[in-house]
Design a protein around this ligand. Structure first.
Ligand SMILES: Cc1ncc(COP(=O)(O)O)c(C=O)c1O
Length: 459
């Protein structure tokens, strides 16, 4: 174990670094896996071992790990103006240009962009905007926000409350009051016997409306959803789901917030998941592939309907009193703008659509494997779910940590994938991946699955 060598990076890490989303006790035993170089779809650890980054880091490094144009864009901006802010009527060119680009390319008409440093901050801001909007409209009761079980929206106090995953709540006293969760839209696990996707969608929509009526429609301000669930398991909405949900939101004058933090910027082949599923959001959150993850930046887009109320707020309160020191920081904004230009130059949406059939057919080929209960995905994202009993769709006891074990075996084969709840294992490679690399990725995964199968047969 490297971390038992004093002054190794691993030893220093265990000594000094409190890691995000990590089992701290386990880390003390194993030490970290340290990465120090990247190129294309590959990253290298400090032993020089090469891995295919099958999850684009955290669903974000859409252009891989060696895009020189982004390095140049950051360098140019650092040399010209390394920092200036956007408070109190000041502005910097990259944030102006980026906002303009995003509004021009928004999936439905949008009016303004507010910049944050992350997806969590974007969704945190969405919560504040729902509250503010309804205060200005004289509806101080209309503040609750409905999210979904299985949804992931970040980890701040508000966005962590929107997240519908137990591991983001345990021990943190989340969710806070005023955040409600409705059904997880996963047909495979939650449909009744013989229930079609459309029937399942109709039942979930009826449950949502019942929840709204029980709470009182005049108390519900917003509904937030990812176009497909990401960290909750890569779960597409069942057929007819959003068509059934959206009229309910409209009927009760509830703002629809679409969290595009994973789905945004061509993951599905379309620029936004909003387009893929024909959504009609009032507000949209973006982050991650906005800047290909080369710099931290996120944002909130608001429609004209919402903006007009915010404007009214300034007539009442003066200052629109929210913003981060680094909202629209010029360096991440310049990198995000260059990222968008690269997507356009590469026609990245066309590329994603061209390689998607190969990605999806290789993914779905695992459906026949005795350990795999469901394969699912769209565009360049997907997951396989491991089950103990295929007929009963029953997962393994979580204590057996089957998916984390598969993730470790994949790493042995030079592939990084991600274990998710319910023993799902996710794939979300950089959008620049080529067909031969897709084959290589799934070949490596197949070898890891063979290893797991043998291990389990021996156990
Ligand atoms: C859909 C979604 N929303 C929000 C977030 C939070 O973003 P961040 O980690 O940048 O705060 C994530 C992160 O994975 C996400 O997947």
């Amino acid at each position: 174990m490297k971390h038992s060598t004093p002054n190794s990076l691993q030893a220093k890490d265990v000594r000094s670094h409190l890691h995000p989303f990590t089992n701290l006790a386990q880390l003390e035993e194993t030490g970290p896996l340290v990465f120090n170089r990247g190129e294309g779809i590959y990253v290298y650890d400090d032993d020089g071992k090469r891995y295919i980054e099958g999850l684009s880091g955290l669903w974000c490094a859409s252009l891989g790990f060696g895009e020189k144009r982004l390095v140049a864009a950051a360098t140019r901006q650092l040399e010209a103006l390394p920092f200036y802010h956007n408070f109190a009527g000041k502005a910097v060119e990259p944030s102006i240009e980026l906002a303009d680009y995003l509004i021009e390319h928004a999936p439905v008409p949008m009016s303004k962009v507010f910049f944050t440093n992350s997806g969590s901050e974007a969704n945190d801001t969405q919560v504040k905007l729902v509250w503010y909007y309804n205060n200005i409209l004289g509806r101080p009761q209309k503040k609750k926000i409905i999210a979904r079980r299985g949804g992931y929206h970040g980890i701040t106090v508000a966005s962590g409350s929107l997240t519908g995953l137990q591991h983001a709540h345990n021990g943190f006293d989340l969710p806070i009051a005023g955040i409600l969760h409705t059904d997880c839209p996963h047909h495979y696990h939650h449909a009744r016997d013989g229930e079609s996707e459309r029937e399942f969608s109709a039942r979930l929509a009826a449950n949502l409306e019942r929840l709204i009526e029980q709470e009182g429609p005049d108390t519900i301000g917003g509904f937030i959803a990812e176009p497909f669930l990401g960290a909750g398991g890569v779960i597409e909405p069942p057929e007819g789901y959003f068509e059934a949900i959206m009229p309910i939101l409209e009927r009760h004058d509830i703002l629809f917030i679409v969290d595009e933090v994973i789905s945004g910027f061509f993951r599905t082949g379309d620029r936004f998941g909003t387009q893929t599923y024909g959504l009609k959001p009032d507000m949209i959150s973006v982050a991650k592939a906005l800047s290909a993850a080369y710099q931290p930046i996120g944002g909130v887009m608001v429609s004209e309907k919402v903006y007009q109320v915010l404007l009214e707020g300034s007539r009442r309160y003066g200052t629109f009193g929210t913003g981060f020191t680094y909202s629209g920081h010029p360096v991440p904004a310049a990198v995000a703008l260059e990222t968008q230009r690269i997507y356009d130059d590469l026609k990245i949406g066309d590329h994603v659509k061209a390689v998607t059939p190969r990605f999806q057919s290789r993914l779905h080929a695992f459906a026949d494997h005795p350990l795999i209960g469901e394969t699912r995905g769209l565009g360049l994202i997907g997951a396989v779910e491991l089950v103990e009993d295929k007929a009963a769709r029953r997962n393994f006891d979580p204590a057996r940590k089957v998916a984390p074990r598969l993730m470790a075996l994949a790493a042995d084969h030079g592939l990084i994938v991600r274990a998710l709840p319910n023993d799902a294992v996710a794939f979300c490679p950089p959008l620049i991946i080529e067909t031969a690399q897709i084959d290589d990725m799934f070949d490596r995964f197949g070898r890891a699955l063979d290893d797991l199968t043998q291990e389990m047969a021996r156990a």
